[in-house]
Design a protein around this ligand. Structure first.
Ligand code: HEC
Length: 164
């Protein structure tokens, strides 16, 4: 039994050192500057109810307005969070909405409804620590009613489109 204890002790020590060493690799958590004129909410007829749902369930990963929680400072969690936010923003950023051409906007609106109806969004890993992001059937309906209407009324260009 003495031997097992020794092994466990060493394992704990190695683990602790790896954990500490990992803290040196701290991803940058600053949010990119957001121009309100390019925001989805400024370029669509978004109802306050829809805005509230997107804010509570999506914007941490799909906008430049991420609230980084304290544990986003702790590796290896920080690495997962950072990559989710980067990938989420890359696929769809509410803050960069006005830079998308019409076809892309229509497609993203369509995808938003599909992703929430199929339960793929918000990402499951987000929910345990953000229980209020969970969507009710009513929330999903609200998003889809809105995205369907919005898809029908996308203009060819948006006022802030060519501004970068
Ligand atoms: C914890 C981060 C996170 C949250 C919260 C989140 N997403 Fe995502 N989302 C991602 C990531 C990462 C991807 C890309 C990888 C994938 O599809 O799984 C993605 C992909 C998407 C896509 C796919 C875009 C495309 O064109 O294929 C849509 C649409 C989307 N999310 C909508 C939403 C909506 C709507 C919400 C809120 C109800 C939401 N997401 C919440 C991280 C998130």
């Amino acid at each position: 039994m003495g031997r097992l204890r020794k092994v466990l002790k060493w394992a704990a020590l190695v683990f602790a050192l790896l954990f500490l060493g990992a803290q040196a690799y701290r991803p940058d958590r600053t949010n990119p500057a957001a121009d309100e004129r390019k925001a989805m909410r400024a370029n669509t007829q978004m109802t306050p109810e829809v805005e509230a749902v997107l804010r509570r369930s999506c914007k941490d990963c799909h906008s430049s307005e991420t609230d980084w929680p304290w544990y986003s400072n702790v590796a290896p969690v920080s690495w997962f969070l950072k990559s989710h936010v980067e990938e989420g923003r890359r696929q769809l950023s509410f803050s960069e909405w006005a830079t998308y051409p019409k076809r892309k906007r229509e497609r993203k609106l369509h995808e938003m409804c599909e992703q929430v109806e199929s339960g793929e969004m918000p990402l499951k890993s987000y929910l345990p620590l953000h229980p209020s992001a969970r969507l009710s059937e009513e929330d999903k309906q609200r998003i889809c009613d809105w995205t369907r209407q919005e898809e029908q009324r996308q203009p060819e260009t948006l006022p802030a489109q060519g501004d970068d």
